[in-house]
Structure formats: structure tokens, C-alpha cells
Design a protein around this ligand. Structure first.
Ligand code: ATP
Length: 457
């Protein structure tokens, strides 16, 4: 019997007992028979009531101890769960209040990207963090989930750690909480046009650190491509997404556009994503992408590390849009490398540059930016080449259809040329690359010739 029912029956029993007693004592002279019946009745009611009371007490005690045990087990489970989350490095769910407190009401802006603003903060336990507030409508829940699931499943010293996230119910903003990487992004250390670069009075990253960063990023990408259960494609490798820690080691960040690819797939079809200037030709040709598309973007970054300049730059910023000429650094590098004058493309601000390393880095970059994805070396090979364990042969001539020049054309032209796929993050992110100084005329192309080269394929 349930404790509630037992309690009810016990109350009814006690009530009957009281009624019987009232009847007995209200009689002036009760007969002997009446007294006998009343005594038996009283005894029966008393026994039943006592039995029910005892039953109730026992049941209640059992229920209390069961509840206690369950709550203990729950606590234990919760403890184990949070312990395993910590051990596995899974991100924590933060409340908006906690993030408000950590960032002092989103005061210290570190930077701004296509998807939102990044603020510095300090968690309760003293950990410095970078909190990314996602604002862009095109960075939807899908990208948010992609970033969390891709980065939560990978752990590497050269990949930024996602410490937590926050989703505000009712369609409010969402936040990603990363470990804070002290020295900001690579662009601020190599491009003189970057705001951060000017802020640190033109200090630029010395050659040995540039070479080290190239190795760090190669190691991180090799891990993503080869050592994870499902292959992780980053799909937005560029200097803005390479952060430098206190020791100026490279840390790859921003997994908002990443995709998982199973080991038995050789390529996948996806809508155009990534950043102008770093997009592999296969994106625009619609032939499917793979980890080789990351390798192309990586090659582009290597060239920018060597030259300390953007790969695509306007030669005559004052000319009309239609007359404007562009300088395409990869083409310049390829020609100089062929002539054996590779040192001429090195960032002029650099001192004590190791020529052997420059040659290696340039050759690796030229292999990585081959138009045919199959010709590009795997990231594991790239890593070995940079570390000197594998010889780098002379890269083959590549036609270098200047797909990147499409990036400097206006949005409408671009989307018309680049298949009908949606270009969610194909926004004007690289405008900083436009408006630099002149290069030699041999490396200039008009945007129209680039267009015709591409469409001629
Ligand atoms: N974990 C971090 N630690 C320190 N600084 C960071 C961190 N994450 C981002 N930043 C800074 O904030 C800037 C903006 O980052 P964010 O990832 O939003 O933009 P992005 O990569 O430039 O653009 P997009 O998101 O469009 O690719 C970075 O360039 C970097 O300087």
C-alpha cells in the first residue's frame, strides 16, 4: 500500500476508534453484551490502526532512504560527467551573465572578423579568454554547431582551444569562448597595412619565427587531415586565422567554416566558402573539394610569409576600376624561382634570412598552390619537407589561372563566375590587400584577362 493511502486509512481507523469510545461512554448503563461487542470492535480497530501506522512509518523511511540514495547517485553521476568533460576537454556551457562578468560587459575589443567581434575577458578562475560574439546573420546555427563540433573533437598544441560557448535563447546572439592567444593574428605581424602592425610601430616577425610558424601550421593541418578519426577540413586558412602565442608559435583558429570528411571520401561538394585570395581553383570550378583545398590556402599563406605582402595587390590605386592593374605575387615568385633569384622576393624588412630555408619554403608553397589538387603534396609531406626530412623537388610550372583576381572584382561578377553556389562567407574580407605599392609590370594582369582565362577552361 502507498504511504498516502496508509496514512488515510490510519486516520479513518483513529476516527472510528474515537466514535466507538464516544458511543461507549455516552451510555449510562451499557449491557454486558454491548460491552463485549464494543471491546472486540475497539480491539479490531486498534490493531488495524496500529498495523497501518507501523506500515506507514516503515514505508516512509524506505522512501526517504531511496530518495537519498538516488540523489547521491545523481550527484556522483554529475561529478563523473563533469570530470569526463574536463578530461576530454569538452567545452563548457556559459551563461550570458558569466560572459558579461568575464568581459566586463564586452569592453575590451580585440578584433573583428566577418562573423562578429572578439573581446578579451577573464574567467572566474583567472583564465584569460577571447570571447567571440557572433553577429552576422550568415553565421547561422549551422556554422556555430560546425565550429563547436569540429574544434571540440580535436586537441592539438597548434590548434586554439574552445573553452566554452553560450547560446542566448530566443534567437539572441551566440558566443564562443576560446583560450586567449597573447600575440594576436599573423597578419598584424607580417603586413605593414594591418592595423595591429601599425600599432606596434612597424615591428615585424623575424625570419626564424616565420619559418617556425609555417612548421606549426603544417603540423596542425597534418593532424587535422591525417590523425583525426574523421578528416577535418579547415577551409579558411589565412593569416587572420593563425594566432601567435607568447612564444610566437603558430596556433590555428576559427573553425566556423570547417567540414568533416570521412576517410573513404576523396572529395566533397560544398557551397563556396573561405576567403578571397586563398580559395583553391576547385572551389570555383565546382569539381568538389578535399583536404587539398586547405593545402592550397596554406601555400598562399607561405608566400605571404616570405614576401610580407598580400598575394593580390592593386598596382595603380588611382586608376578607374576597369583600367586597374593587379599584381599577383605567386606569379612573381614563380618567375624569380625559375631564374634562381628567389631572395629577391623576400620581405625587404627582414634581416639575417636563411637562403636555404627561403628556397625550401618557396618551393613547398609552389607545390601547394598547384592548380591540380592531386599534384599538391599532403600536409604530412609538407611538414616533413619544412623540417628537412624530405627533399623538395623543383615544382612544376603551373598555369596559375589567376582565380584570386576574381576576388577583387565586385560581388555580382564574382558570384556569376563562380558557379551558382551560394557564397555565404565570400564577403569583402580581403579589402586590405587592395591598394598596395607597385610591382614589376611583368606580373600584372587586368581583372578581365583573369576572367577570360578562367572562363576559357
Ligand atoms: N583566441 C584568440 N586570442 C586572441 N585573439 C584572438 C583570438 N581569436 C580571435 N582573435 C583576434 O580577433 C580577430 C578576429 O577574429 P575572428 O576569428 O572573428 O575573425 P577573422 O578570422 O578575421 O574573420 P572571419 O571570422 O571572418 O574568418 C583575429 O584576427 C584575432 O586578431
Amino acid at each position: 500500500m502507498e504511504p498516502k493511502k496508509a496514512k488515510l486509512v490510519a486516520c479513518v481507523g483513529i476516527g472510528c476508534l474515537l466514535v466507538l469510545l464516544v458511543i461507549v461512554f455516552s451510555r449510562v448503563e451499557p449491557s454486558k453484551d454491548f460491552l463485549t461487542v464494543a471491546a472486540i470492535g475497539l480491539a479490531v480497530v486498534l490493531v488495524i490502526t496500529l498495523w497501518l501506522l507501523v506500515h506507514y512509518i516503515i514505508l516512509n523511511r524506505r522512501r526517504t532512504s531511496a530518495l537519498h540514495r538516488l540523489s547521491n547517485e545523481g550527484q556522483e553521476l554529475r561529478f563523473q560527467y563533469s570530470f569526463f568533460r574536463k578530461v576530454a576537454g569538452l567545452p563548457t556551457k556559459f551563461s550570458l551573465k558569466e560572459l558579461d562578468a568575464a568581459t566586463d560587459n564586452f569592453q575590451a575589443l580585440i578584433g573583428r572578423g566577418g562573423s562578429g567581434a572578439v573581446f578579451k575577458g577573464i574567467l572566474d578562475n583567472g583564465t584569460p579568454v577571447a570571447v567571440k560574439r557572433i553577429e552576422g546573420a550568415e553565421y547561422g546555427e549551422k556554422e556555430f554547431r560546425a565550429e563547436i563540433s569540429a574544434i571540440a573533437s580535436v586537441q592539438h598544441v597548434n590548434l586554439v582551444r574552445l573553452l566554452g560557448y553560450c547560446l542566448v535563447p530566443g534567437g539572441g546572439p551566440c558566443f564562443l569562448v576560446y583560450e586567449f592567444i597573447e600575440n594576436g593574428s599573423l597578419d598584424g605581424w607580417i603586413f605593414s597595412s594591418a592595423r595591429e602592425h601599425r600599432a606596434r610601430r612597424g615591428q615585424c616577425l623575424p625570419w626564424p619565427l616565420r619559418y617556425q610558424v609555417a612548421i606549426d601550421v603544417a603540423r596542425a593541418l597534418a593532424y587535422l587531415h591525417h590523425d583525426c578519426r574523421a578528416r577535418v577540413l579547415h577551409l579558411d586558412i589565412k593569416p587572420e586565422n593563425i594566432l601567435l602565442d607568447t612564444g610566437f608559435r603558430g596556433v590555428v583558429a576559427d573553425f566556423g567554416l570547417s567540414k568533416l570528411m570521412s576517410r573513404d571520401q576523396s572529395r566533397i561538394v560544398a557551397s563556396v566558402r573561405g576567403t578571397r585570395g586563398y580559395l583553391a581553383p576547385e572551389w570555383l570550378l565546382g569539381s568538389g573539394i578535399s583536404e587539398r583545398s586547405d593545402i592550397y590556402s596554406y601555400g598562399m599563406v607561405l608566400l605571404e610569409l616570405v614576401g610580407g605582402r598580400r598575394n593580390v595587390r592593386v598596382v595603380d590605386p588611382t586608376a578607374d576600376a576597369e583600367q586597374r592593374k593587379w599584381s599577383y605575387f605567386p606569379k612573381i615568385v614563380m618567375e624569380k624561382a625559375r631564374e634562381g633569384r628567389v631572395m629577391e622576393v623576400v620581405d625587404e624588412r627582414l634581416e639575417r634570412v636563411d637562403e636555404r630555408q627561403v628556397t625550401t619554403m618557396v618551393n613547398v608553397a609552389l607545390w601547394c598552390i598547384q592548380e591540380q589538387p592531386e599534384l599538391r603534396p599532403s600536409m604530412a609531406r609538407v611538414f616533413d619537407m619544412l623540417e628537412g626530412r624530405l627533399a623538395v623537388g623543383a615544382p612544376p610550372e603551373t598555369e596559375m589561372i589567376v582565380v584570386d583576381l576574381l576576388s577583387i572584382m565586385d560581388e555580382d561578377q564574382t558570384s556569376a563566375a563562380a558557379t551558382s553556389s551560394s557564397c555565404s562567407t565570400f564577403g569583402p574580407r580581403n579589402e586590405a590587400s587592395v591598394g598596395g605599392q607597385s610591382e614589376g609590370p611583368h606580373a600584372t594582369y587586368s581583372s578581365y584577362s583573369a576572367m577570360s582565362q578562367l572562363s576559357g577552361r
